[in-house]
Design a protein. Structure first.
Length: 272
């Protein structure tokens, strides 16, 4: 699939590489986790490094002209890659590391392809459920090859189910959501890329997360958009930017819910 003079890699081929690498590197390590604590207090495991190393090598063998930005690289390396204005893989080798380290079966591999300041391909693979979510520019989002297409839910805001990460929200907003939420029910699962993909599959209606890094959201958010979902920052800006700046994400599965959810959040922030 061409984009100007750049040929986007075959989506099925990319999916195959991600799936086979995850099966080889993640699943065997799930019950034998060796973890370390990073400078920011988050966990990193042997599986993160093994997955990144092996998938990077396989991608470079197939597409040597495309560089790769991985979560387990230094910020200096990441920033340099983003200034090059060349096609760039963006990889989270293990989205949901804390879940993985605790034996909680909700984690995934997330891979996006960024070109000319936009995402043109995304793959998110959940090896526990053997679910591969994918999309490319000009194509519909899919789950294991079947189309994902969100439609109008006919739900009011107070009837909806929200996926909310309280940990990274402003304290006043988190307190308001905990005591007087505008929705019917709330969940927090712990893997950003997979959160977006579950919403793309209609598993929940609203989304709120206070701090997502580029490798967290690039592929999942792209898939969600290709499925027909709506998202922005809290201030109404487009969510994706090709930068290391963390983003606060607001989403909903249809336009009416998104407008109602975004308006409630803005009014609440202004009133706190």
């Amino acid at each position: 699939m061409p984009t100007d003079h750049f040929m986007i890699p075959d989506l099925q081929h990319v999916q195959s590489l991600v799936i086979s690498t995850a099966r080889a590197e993640l699943l065997p390590r799930l019950t034998h986790v060796s973890r370390q604590t990073k400078a920011d207090g988050s966990f990193v495991t042997e599986a993160d490094f093994a997955m990144q190393e092996r998938l990077t090598a396989r991608l470079q063998t197939q597409w040597p002209h495309i560089r790769l930005l991985g979560e387990e690289m230094s910020a200096v390396e990441q920033a340099h890659l983003l200034t090059e204005q060349q096609p760039l893989w963006c990889l989270d080798p293990l989205d949901g590391t804390s879940n993985f380290a605790a034996g909680i079966p909700y984690f995934a591999v997330s891979l996006a392809l960024i070109y000319k300041d936009r995402v043109v391909l995304g793959v998110v693979y959940d090896p526990i459920r053997d679910e591969c979510f994918a999309a490319a520019e000009g194509t519909a989002a899919t789950l294991n090859g079947d189309p994902l297409q969100l439609g109008h839910t006919d739900l009011a805001l107070h009837q909806s189910t929200a996926v909310v990460d309280f940990k990274r929200l402003p304290a006043a907003l988190a307190a308001r959501l905990a005591t007087t939420p505008p929705y019917a029910s709330q969940r927090s699962f712990g893997a950003v890329a997979l959160d977006w993909c579950w919403l793309a599959a209609g598993r929940g209606h609203l989304y709120l997360h206070g701090r997502q890094n580029l490798w967290d959201y690039a592929a999942g958010h792209f898939i969600f958009q290709r499925a027909g979902g709506h998202a922005s920052t809290l201030t109404g800006e487009p969510l994706f930017i090709p930068a290391l700046q963390a983003r606060m994400a607001v989403g909903a599965v249809d336009d009416e819910l998104f407008k109602a959810w975004h308006a409630w959040l803005q009014a609440t922030i202004k009133g706190t």
